[in-house]
Design a protein around this ligand. Sequence first.
Ligand code: NAD
Length: 459
Amino acid sequence: MRVVCIGAGYVGSVTGAAFAALGYQTTVIDIDQSKVQAINEGKSPIFEPGLDTLIKTYAGTTLNASVEYDAVSEADVVFIGVGTPSRPDGSADLKYIEGAAINIAKTIKPDGYTVIVNKSTVPVGTAEHVSAIVEEHSGLKSNVHFSVISNPEFLREGYAVEDVFLPDRIVIGTLNERARTIMRELYSKLIDLEQPYEIIRQLGFNPQRESGLPVYFETDTRSAEMIKYASNAFLAVKISYINEVARLCEAMQANVLEVSKGMGLDSRIGNKFLQVSSGWSGSCFPKDTAEFLAASRKHGRELNVVKAAMESNLEMHAYIVEKVKQKLGTLYGKTIGVLGLTFKPNTDDTRHTQASFIIRGMINQGASVKVHDPQGMEMFHVFNPNLAVTYCHAAEEVADQSDAIVLLTHWEDYALLQWSDMGNRMNHKYVLDTRNFLSAGMMNQLGYHYEGIGIGNSQ
Ligand code: NAD
Protein backbone atom coordinates (compact mmCIF):
# COMPACT_ATOMS: atom_id res chain seq x y z
CA MET A 1 0.00 0.00 0.00
CA ARG A 2 1.31 3.46 -0.91
CA VAL A 3 0.55 6.53 1.14
CA VAL A 4 0.75 10.25 0.41
CA CYS A 5 0.51 12.98 3.06
CA ILE A 6 -0.17 16.45 1.76
CA GLY A 7 1.26 19.05 4.13
CA ALA A 8 4.53 18.70 6.02
CA GLY A 9 3.45 20.64 9.08
CA TYR A 10 2.69 19.44 12.61
CA VAL A 11 0.18 16.86 11.39
CA GLY A 12 1.47 15.88 7.95
CA SER A 13 5.12 15.37 8.85
CA VAL A 14 4.33 13.22 11.89
CA THR A 15 1.66 11.21 10.06
CA GLY A 16 3.93 10.67 7.05
CA ALA A 17 6.86 9.59 9.19
CA ALA A 18 4.64 7.22 11.17
CA PHE A 19 3.25 5.43 8.10
CA ALA A 20 6.78 5.18 6.71
CA ALA A 21 7.93 3.63 9.99
CA LEU A 22 5.08 1.12 9.81
CA GLY A 23 6.47 -0.01 6.46
CA TYR A 24 4.32 1.85 3.93
CA GLN A 25 6.01 3.60 1.02
CA THR A 26 5.13 7.17 1.95
CA THR A 27 5.55 10.52 0.22
CA VAL A 28 5.03 13.80 2.05
CA ILE A 29 4.12 16.66 -0.27
CA ASP A 30 4.41 20.32 0.63
CA ILE A 31 4.54 23.56 -1.33
CA ASP A 32 7.22 24.77 1.10
CA GLN A 33 10.53 23.71 -0.43
CA SER A 34 12.43 24.11 2.86
CA LYS A 35 10.21 21.54 4.64
CA VAL A 36 10.56 19.10 1.76
CA GLN A 37 14.31 19.52 1.75
CA ALA A 38 14.49 19.02 5.53
CA ILE A 39 12.64 15.68 5.32
CA ASN A 40 14.75 14.44 2.40
CA GLU A 41 17.88 15.34 4.38
CA GLY A 42 16.57 13.27 7.29
CA LYS A 43 15.59 16.23 9.48
CA SER A 44 12.30 17.24 11.03
CA PRO A 45 10.71 20.37 9.49
CA ILE A 46 9.25 21.27 12.94
CA PHE A 47 10.31 20.93 16.56
CA GLU A 48 8.61 17.84 17.97
CA PRO A 49 10.31 15.42 20.39
CA GLY A 50 11.35 12.18 18.63
CA LEU A 51 10.45 13.33 15.14
CA ASP A 52 14.01 14.10 14.05
CA THR A 53 15.12 10.55 14.84
CA LEU A 54 12.06 9.04 13.22
CA ILE A 55 12.55 10.98 9.97
CA LYS A 56 16.28 10.33 9.97
CA THR A 57 15.63 6.58 10.25
CA TYR A 58 13.22 6.32 7.30
CA ALA A 59 14.16 9.21 4.96
CA GLY A 60 15.32 7.90 1.61
CA THR A 61 13.87 4.43 2.22
CA THR A 62 10.15 4.30 2.96
CA LEU A 63 9.89 8.08 3.48
CA ASN A 64 10.31 10.68 0.77
CA ALA A 65 9.18 14.26 0.32
CA SER A 66 8.40 16.34 -2.72
CA VAL A 67 6.96 19.64 -3.86
CA GLU A 68 5.39 17.81 -6.80
CA TYR A 69 2.14 15.86 -6.62
CA ASP A 70 3.36 12.97 -8.86
CA ALA A 71 3.21 10.39 -6.05
CA VAL A 72 -0.58 10.85 -5.88
CA SER A 73 -0.92 8.87 -9.13
CA GLU A 74 0.55 5.78 -7.42
CA ALA A 75 -1.11 6.20 -4.04
CA ASP A 76 -3.81 4.04 -2.47
CA VAL A 77 -4.46 6.56 0.29
CA VAL A 78 -3.89 10.33 0.11
CA PHE A 79 -4.10 12.22 3.41
CA ILE A 80 -4.78 15.96 3.31
CA GLY A 81 -3.10 17.61 6.30
CA VAL A 82 -2.87 21.25 5.23
CA GLY A 83 -3.80 24.22 7.43
CA THR A 84 -7.39 25.43 7.94
CA PRO A 85 -6.94 28.91 9.44
CA SER A 86 -9.76 31.22 10.54
CA ARG A 87 -11.38 33.85 8.36
CA PRO A 88 -12.16 37.19 10.08
CA ASP A 89 -15.70 35.95 10.89
CA GLY A 90 -14.27 32.86 12.64
CA SER A 91 -15.25 30.36 9.96
CA ALA A 92 -12.56 28.04 8.58
CA ASP A 93 -10.79 29.18 5.43
CA LEU A 94 -10.60 26.18 3.11
CA LYS A 95 -8.28 27.71 0.50
CA TYR A 96 -5.39 25.30 1.26
CA ILE A 97 -7.75 22.30 1.25
CA GLU A 98 -9.21 23.41 -2.07
CA GLY A 99 -5.73 23.99 -3.54
CA ALA A 100 -4.66 20.49 -2.47
CA ALA A 101 -7.90 18.99 -3.86
CA ILE A 102 -7.32 20.58 -7.28
CA ASN A 103 -3.75 19.27 -7.39
CA ILE A 104 -4.91 15.79 -6.37
CA ALA A 105 -7.54 15.88 -9.11
CA LYS A 106 -4.87 16.65 -11.69
CA THR A 107 -2.67 13.72 -10.69
CA ILE A 108 -4.99 11.02 -9.37
CA LYS A 109 -4.89 7.68 -11.23
CA PRO A 110 -7.79 7.44 -13.69
CA ASP A 111 -7.85 3.64 -13.86
CA GLY A 112 -7.91 2.65 -10.19
CA TYR A 113 -9.39 3.66 -6.86
CA THR A 114 -7.88 6.12 -4.36
CA VAL A 115 -9.04 7.01 -0.87
CA ILE A 116 -8.66 10.74 -0.20
CA VAL A 117 -8.66 11.41 3.52
CA ASN A 118 -9.33 14.73 5.20
CA LYS A 119 -7.04 14.63 8.22
CA SER A 120 -7.09 18.39 8.58
CA THR A 121 -9.76 19.75 10.90
CA VAL A 122 -12.48 20.76 8.49
CA PRO A 123 -16.10 21.89 8.79
CA VAL A 124 -18.94 19.44 8.48
CA GLY A 125 -19.63 18.90 4.79
CA THR A 126 -16.03 19.41 3.61
CA ALA A 127 -15.59 15.84 2.38
CA GLU A 128 -18.51 16.42 0.00
CA HIS A 129 -16.97 19.73 -1.05
CA VAL A 130 -13.56 18.12 -1.74
CA SER A 131 -15.26 15.29 -3.59
CA ALA A 132 -17.02 17.79 -5.88
CA ILE A 133 -13.73 19.61 -6.57
CA VAL A 134 -11.94 16.37 -7.44
CA GLU A 135 -14.80 15.27 -9.72
CA GLU A 136 -14.82 18.65 -11.46
CA HIS A 137 -11.07 18.85 -12.06
CA SER A 138 -10.40 15.18 -12.85
CA GLY A 139 -13.52 14.13 -14.72
CA LEU A 140 -13.54 11.01 -12.51
CA LYS A 141 -16.48 9.74 -10.51
CA SER A 142 -16.70 9.81 -6.76
CA ASN A 143 -17.05 6.37 -5.14
CA VAL A 144 -16.00 4.75 -8.43
CA HIS A 145 -12.46 6.07 -8.95
CA PHE A 146 -12.01 7.68 -5.55
CA SER A 147 -13.80 8.38 -2.27
CA VAL A 148 -13.25 11.34 0.03
CA ILE A 149 -13.53 10.42 3.70
CA SER A 150 -12.88 11.99 7.10
CA ASN A 151 -10.23 10.81 9.55
CA PRO A 152 -9.75 13.64 12.05
CA GLU A 153 -6.44 13.91 13.86
CA PHE A 154 -6.27 14.10 17.64
CA LEU A 155 -2.49 14.27 18.24
CA ARG A 156 -1.12 16.73 20.78
CA GLU A 157 1.88 18.85 19.89
CA GLY A 158 4.73 17.94 22.21
CA TYR A 159 3.47 14.34 22.34
CA ALA A 160 2.69 13.96 18.65
CA VAL A 161 4.97 11.01 17.93
CA GLU A 162 3.65 8.99 20.85
CA ASP A 163 0.05 9.97 20.03
CA VAL A 164 0.29 9.00 16.39
CA PHE A 165 1.58 5.51 17.19
CA LEU A 166 -0.58 4.96 20.27
CA PRO A 167 -3.81 6.89 19.70
CA ASP A 168 -6.79 6.53 22.04
CA ARG A 169 -9.11 6.34 19.06
CA ILE A 170 -9.06 6.26 15.29
CA VAL A 171 -12.19 7.80 13.81
CA ILE A 172 -13.04 6.87 10.22
CA GLY A 173 -15.89 8.78 8.62
CA THR A 174 -17.33 7.13 5.54
CA LEU A 175 -20.18 4.77 4.72
CA ASN A 176 -18.34 3.53 1.62
CA GLU A 177 -17.37 -0.12 2.19
CA ARG A 178 -14.46 -0.09 -0.26
CA ALA A 179 -12.88 2.91 1.46
CA ARG A 180 -13.54 1.36 4.88
CA THR A 181 -11.79 -1.87 3.86
CA ILE A 182 -8.68 0.02 2.67
CA MET A 183 -8.56 2.15 5.81
CA ARG A 184 -8.93 -0.93 8.03
CA GLU A 185 -6.00 -2.54 6.26
CA LEU A 186 -3.91 0.63 6.51
CA TYR A 187 -4.55 1.05 10.23
CA SER A 188 -4.30 -2.65 11.05
CA LYS A 189 -0.62 -2.10 11.91
CA LEU A 190 -1.58 0.51 14.49
CA ILE A 191 -4.32 -1.61 15.98
CA ASP A 192 -1.88 -4.44 16.54
CA LEU A 193 0.03 -2.68 19.29
CA GLU A 194 3.25 -4.67 19.04
CA GLN A 195 4.93 -2.82 16.18
CA PRO A 196 3.96 0.72 17.26
CA TYR A 197 5.14 0.01 20.83
CA GLU A 198 8.44 -1.28 19.51
CA ILE A 199 8.98 1.82 17.35
CA ILE A 200 8.12 4.13 20.23
CA ARG A 201 10.49 2.30 22.58
CA GLN A 202 13.30 2.46 20.03
CA LEU A 203 12.78 6.24 19.92
CA GLY A 204 13.44 6.34 23.65
CA PHE A 205 9.86 6.91 24.80
CA ASN A 206 8.44 5.06 27.73
CA PRO A 207 4.82 4.78 26.70
CA GLN A 208 2.22 4.50 29.44
CA ARG A 209 -1.07 3.70 27.81
CA GLU A 210 -4.04 3.90 30.11
CA SER A 211 -6.73 2.51 27.90
CA GLY A 212 -5.08 -0.45 26.14
CA LEU A 213 -5.86 -0.87 22.46
CA PRO A 214 -6.94 2.13 20.41
CA VAL A 215 -10.63 2.16 19.64
CA TYR A 216 -11.28 1.96 15.90
CA PHE A 217 -14.53 3.83 15.35
CA GLU A 218 -16.28 3.85 12.00
CA THR A 219 -19.05 6.33 11.40
CA ASP A 220 -20.52 8.51 8.68
CA THR A 221 -18.48 11.37 7.22
CA ARG A 222 -20.36 14.33 8.67
CA SER A 223 -20.40 12.87 12.18
CA ALA A 224 -16.64 12.25 11.99
CA GLU A 225 -16.08 15.86 10.96
CA MET A 226 -18.28 17.02 13.83
CA ILE A 227 -16.51 14.76 16.38
CA LYS A 228 -13.28 16.74 15.99
CA TYR A 229 -14.88 20.14 16.60
CA ALA A 230 -17.15 18.87 19.37
CA SER A 231 -14.11 17.32 21.12
CA ASN A 232 -11.87 20.37 20.89
CA ALA A 233 -14.65 22.72 21.97
CA PHE A 234 -15.44 20.45 24.92
CA LEU A 235 -11.81 20.52 26.07
CA ALA A 236 -11.73 24.30 25.71
CA VAL A 237 -14.89 24.54 27.83
CA LYS A 238 -13.30 22.31 30.48
CA ILE A 239 -10.22 24.54 30.71
CA SER A 240 -12.26 27.74 30.80
CA TYR A 241 -14.35 26.23 33.56
CA ILE A 242 -11.43 25.34 35.83
CA ASN A 243 -9.86 28.73 35.16
CA GLU A 244 -13.07 30.43 36.31
CA VAL A 245 -13.17 28.17 39.34
CA ALA A 246 -9.56 29.18 40.04
CA ARG A 247 -10.49 32.86 40.00
CA LEU A 248 -13.33 32.12 42.41
CA CYS A 249 -10.95 30.11 44.63
CA GLU A 250 -8.80 33.22 45.01
CA ALA A 251 -11.82 35.26 46.08
CA MET A 252 -13.11 32.59 48.48
CA GLN A 253 -9.79 31.40 50.01
CA ALA A 254 -9.90 27.93 48.48
CA ASN A 255 -7.08 26.19 46.67
CA VAL A 256 -7.75 25.18 43.06
CA LEU A 257 -5.04 22.50 43.19
CA GLU A 258 -7.04 20.73 45.87
CA VAL A 259 -10.34 21.45 44.15
CA SER A 260 -9.24 20.06 40.77
CA LYS A 261 -7.70 17.02 42.45
CA GLY A 262 -10.93 16.35 44.30
CA MET A 263 -13.03 16.88 41.19
CA GLY A 264 -10.81 14.65 39.07
CA LEU A 265 -11.34 11.71 41.42
CA ASP A 266 -14.82 11.43 39.95
CA SER A 267 -14.46 9.16 36.93
CA ARG A 268 -17.32 11.02 35.23
CA ILE A 269 -15.17 14.17 35.30
CA GLY A 270 -11.62 12.79 35.04
CA ASN A 271 -8.46 14.63 36.05
CA LYS A 272 -7.30 15.75 32.62
CA PHE A 273 -7.70 19.32 31.37
CA LEU A 274 -8.36 20.52 34.91
CA GLN A 275 -5.01 22.31 35.16
CA VAL A 276 -5.06 26.05 35.61
CA SER A 277 -3.39 28.35 33.10
CA SER A 278 -3.51 31.85 31.69
CA GLY A 279 -6.08 30.49 29.23
CA TRP A 280 -6.14 28.07 26.33
CA SER A 281 -4.52 29.10 23.09
CA GLY A 282 -2.43 27.65 20.24
CA SER A 283 -3.03 26.66 16.66
CA CYS A 284 -6.18 24.56 17.24
CA PHE A 285 -8.55 25.58 20.06
CA PRO A 286 -9.02 29.26 19.10
CA LYS A 287 -9.69 28.54 15.44
CA ASP A 288 -11.74 25.40 16.05
CA THR A 289 -14.01 26.99 18.66
CA ALA A 290 -14.41 30.01 16.34
CA GLU A 291 -15.44 27.80 13.40
CA PHE A 292 -17.76 25.69 15.57
CA LEU A 293 -19.48 28.81 16.91
CA ALA A 294 -19.70 30.37 13.43
CA ALA A 295 -21.22 27.14 12.05
CA SER A 296 -23.73 26.96 14.91
CA ARG A 297 -24.84 30.54 14.23
CA LYS A 298 -25.14 29.87 10.52
CA HIS A 299 -27.50 27.00 11.30
CA GLY A 300 -29.50 28.90 13.92
CA ARG A 301 -28.29 26.73 16.82
CA GLU A 302 -25.83 28.99 18.58
CA LEU A 303 -23.49 27.10 20.91
CA ASN A 304 -23.89 29.31 23.97
CA VAL A 305 -21.59 27.20 26.13
CA VAL A 306 -18.76 27.45 23.59
CA LYS A 307 -19.34 31.19 23.20
CA ALA A 308 -19.11 31.66 26.97
CA ALA A 309 -15.91 29.59 27.13
CA MET A 310 -14.32 31.77 24.46
CA GLU A 311 -15.26 34.98 26.28
CA SER A 312 -14.12 33.55 29.59
CA ASN A 313 -10.80 32.61 28.02
CA LEU A 314 -10.11 36.17 26.88
CA GLU A 315 -11.00 37.35 30.40
CA MET A 316 -8.43 34.87 31.74
CA HIS A 317 -5.68 36.42 29.59
CA ALA A 318 -6.71 39.89 30.84
CA TYR A 319 -6.85 38.62 34.44
CA ILE A 320 -3.13 37.79 34.28
CA VAL A 321 -2.25 41.33 33.18
CA GLU A 322 -4.48 42.73 35.93
CA LYS A 323 -2.90 40.52 38.58
CA VAL A 324 0.60 41.77 37.78
CA LYS A 325 -0.64 45.34 37.71
CA GLN A 326 -2.31 45.00 41.10
CA LYS A 327 0.86 43.58 42.60
CA LEU A 328 3.09 46.33 41.21
CA GLY A 329 0.58 49.19 41.63
CA THR A 330 1.06 50.14 37.99
CA LEU A 331 2.58 48.60 34.89
CA TYR A 332 3.71 51.99 33.63
CA GLY A 333 7.51 52.14 33.56
CA LYS A 334 7.88 48.59 34.93
CA THR A 335 10.04 45.88 33.41
CA ILE A 336 8.37 42.47 33.13
CA GLY A 337 10.16 39.23 32.29
CA VAL A 338 8.07 36.60 30.53
CA LEU A 339 9.08 32.94 30.59
CA GLY A 340 7.41 30.89 27.87
CA LEU A 341 5.88 31.98 24.57
CA THR A 342 4.56 28.68 23.23
CA PHE A 343 1.04 27.62 24.18
CA LYS A 344 2.50 24.58 25.93
CA PRO A 345 5.93 23.02 26.51
CA ASN A 346 7.86 20.84 24.05
CA THR A 347 6.74 22.62 20.91
CA ASP A 348 7.99 25.61 18.92
CA ASP A 349 4.41 26.50 17.95
CA THR A 350 3.43 30.04 18.94
CA ARG A 351 0.43 30.43 16.63
CA HIS A 352 -2.34 32.26 18.54
CA THR A 353 -0.48 31.82 21.80
CA GLN A 354 -1.85 33.47 24.92
CA ALA A 355 1.58 35.09 25.35
CA SER A 356 0.90 37.56 22.56
CA PHE A 357 -2.38 38.76 24.21
CA ILE A 358 -0.84 39.04 27.65
CA ILE A 359 2.37 40.73 26.52
CA ARG A 360 0.41 43.18 24.37
CA GLY A 361 -1.82 43.94 27.36
CA MET A 362 1.20 44.76 29.54
CA ILE A 363 2.91 46.86 26.86
CA ASN A 364 -0.31 48.81 26.26
CA GLN A 365 -0.19 49.83 29.93
CA GLY A 366 3.35 51.12 29.66
CA ALA A 367 5.48 48.10 30.66
CA SER A 368 8.73 47.04 28.98
CA VAL A 369 8.72 43.31 28.35
CA LYS A 370 11.61 40.87 28.02
CA VAL A 371 10.84 37.38 26.82
CA HIS A 372 12.40 33.93 26.65
CA ASP A 373 11.31 30.59 25.27
CA PRO A 374 13.47 27.49 24.67
CA GLN A 375 12.02 26.88 21.18
CA GLY A 376 9.37 29.44 20.31
CA MET A 377 11.14 32.82 19.98
CA GLU A 378 11.72 32.65 16.24
CA MET A 379 8.11 31.83 15.37
CA PHE A 380 6.79 34.31 17.94
CA HIS A 381 8.78 37.05 16.21
CA VAL A 382 7.41 35.99 12.80
CA PHE A 383 3.80 36.22 14.06
CA ASN A 384 4.34 39.37 16.16
CA PRO A 385 6.84 41.38 14.12
CA ASN A 386 5.81 44.76 15.55
CA LEU A 387 5.59 43.77 19.19
CA ALA A 388 8.28 45.76 21.00
CA VAL A 389 9.76 43.07 23.24
CA THR A 390 13.36 42.23 24.05
CA TYR A 391 14.24 38.64 23.11
CA CYS A 392 16.59 37.05 25.67
CA HIS A 393 18.71 34.11 24.60
CA ALA A 394 19.14 32.89 28.16
CA ALA A 395 16.23 32.60 30.57
CA GLU A 396 18.31 34.34 33.26
CA GLU A 397 18.37 37.54 31.21
CA VAL A 398 14.62 38.10 31.65
CA ALA A 399 15.32 38.52 35.35
CA ASP A 400 17.81 41.35 34.92
CA GLN A 401 16.35 44.51 36.54
CA SER A 402 12.85 43.17 36.16
CA ASP A 403 10.01 44.10 38.50
CA ALA A 404 8.16 40.85 37.92
CA ILE A 405 8.54 37.53 36.17
CA VAL A 406 5.44 35.97 34.63
CA LEU A 407 5.79 32.27 33.89
CA LEU A 408 3.39 31.42 31.07
CA THR A 409 4.62 28.04 29.80
CA HIS A 410 5.72 25.23 32.10
CA TRP A 411 8.88 24.19 30.28
CA GLU A 412 10.94 21.82 32.43
CA ASP A 413 13.89 24.19 31.84
CA TYR A 414 12.21 26.79 34.06
CA ALA A 415 11.91 24.43 37.01
CA LEU A 416 15.66 23.81 36.68
CA LEU A 417 16.65 27.49 36.76
CA GLN A 418 18.82 28.73 39.63
CA TRP A 419 16.01 30.72 41.19
CA SER A 420 18.28 32.12 43.91
CA ASP A 421 20.44 33.71 41.20
CA MET A 422 17.33 34.85 39.29
CA GLY A 423 16.14 36.72 42.39
CA ASN A 424 19.48 38.52 42.77
CA ARG A 425 19.13 39.89 39.26
CA MET A 426 15.62 41.29 39.81
CA ASN A 427 14.53 44.74 41.03
CA HIS A 428 11.60 43.23 42.82
CA LYS A 429 11.34 39.52 43.56
CA TYR A 430 7.81 38.90 42.32
CA VAL A 431 6.94 35.80 40.30
CA LEU A 432 3.48 35.07 38.92
CA ASP A 433 3.39 31.40 38.00
CA THR A 434 0.33 30.97 35.78
CA ARG A 435 0.75 27.18 35.72
CA ASN A 436 1.25 26.58 39.45
CA PHE A 437 4.38 24.83 38.30
CA LEU A 438 7.26 25.92 40.52
CA SER A 439 7.62 24.84 44.11
CA ALA A 440 5.85 27.46 46.22
CA GLY A 441 7.83 26.35 49.29
CA MET A 442 11.17 26.86 47.54
CA MET A 443 10.17 30.23 46.09
CA ASN A 444 8.94 31.51 49.45
CA GLN A 445 12.12 30.29 51.14
CA LEU A 446 14.17 32.21 48.57
CA GLY A 447 12.33 35.37 49.58
CA TYR A 448 10.10 35.74 46.55
CA HIS A 449 6.63 37.19 46.50
CA TYR A 450 5.41 34.10 44.69
CA GLU A 451 1.89 33.72 43.42
CA GLY A 452 0.15 31.00 41.48
CA ILE A 453 -3.36 31.08 40.08
CA GLY A 454 -6.34 30.04 42.15
CA ILE A 455 -4.41 29.57 45.38
CA GLY A 456 -6.43 31.35 48.04
CA ASN A 457 -5.22 31.49 51.63
CA SER A 458 -6.83 28.19 52.62
CA GLN A 459 -6.71 27.18 56.25
P1 NAD B 1 0.79 23.50 9.49
O1 NAD B 1 0.51 24.91 9.12
O2 NAD B 1 1.86 23.18 10.46
O3 NAD B 1 1.07 22.63 8.18
C1 NAD B 1 0.33 22.77 7.01
C2 NAD B 1 1.29 22.56 5.84
O4 NAD B 1 0.52 22.48 4.64
C3 NAD B 1 2.27 23.71 5.63
O5 NAD B 1 3.59 23.21 5.67
C4 NAD B 1 1.91 24.26 4.25
O6 NAD B 1 3.04 24.71 3.52
C5 NAD B 1 1.29 23.05 3.59
N1 NAD B 1 0.41 23.33 2.47
C6 NAD B 1 -0.53 24.30 2.33
N2 NAD B 1 -1.14 24.19 1.12
C7 NAD B 1 -0.61 23.12 0.51
C8 NAD B 1 -0.83 22.49 -0.74
N3 NAD B 1 -1.77 22.92 -1.58
N4 NAD B 1 -0.09 21.41 -1.05
C9 NAD B 1 0.86 20.94 -0.21
N5 NAD B 1 1.12 21.50 0.98
C10 NAD B 1 0.40 22.58 1.34
O7 NAD B 1 -0.61 22.93 10.02
P2 NAD B 1 -0.84 21.77 11.11
O8 NAD B 1 -0.64 22.29 12.48
O9 NAD B 1 -0.11 20.56 10.67
O10 NAD B 1 -2.40 21.53 10.94
C11 NAD B 1 -2.94 20.94 9.76
C12 NAD B 1 -4.39 20.62 10.01
O11 NAD B 1 -4.49 19.62 11.03
C13 NAD B 1 -5.24 21.78 10.50
O12 NAD B 1 -6.53 21.67 9.98
C14 NAD B 1 -5.25 21.60 12.00
O13 NAD B 1 -6.37 22.17 12.60
C15 NAD B 1 -5.29 20.10 12.11
N6 NAD B 1 -4.74 19.58 13.36
C16 NAD B 1 -3.61 20.11 13.88
C17 NAD B 1 -3.08 19.59 15.07
C18 NAD B 1 -1.85 20.19 15.69
O14 NAD B 1 -1.56 19.86 16.84
N7 NAD B 1 -1.11 21.04 15.00
C19 NAD B 1 -3.73 18.52 15.72
C20 NAD B 1 -4.87 17.97 15.13
C21 NAD B 1 -5.38 18.51 13.96
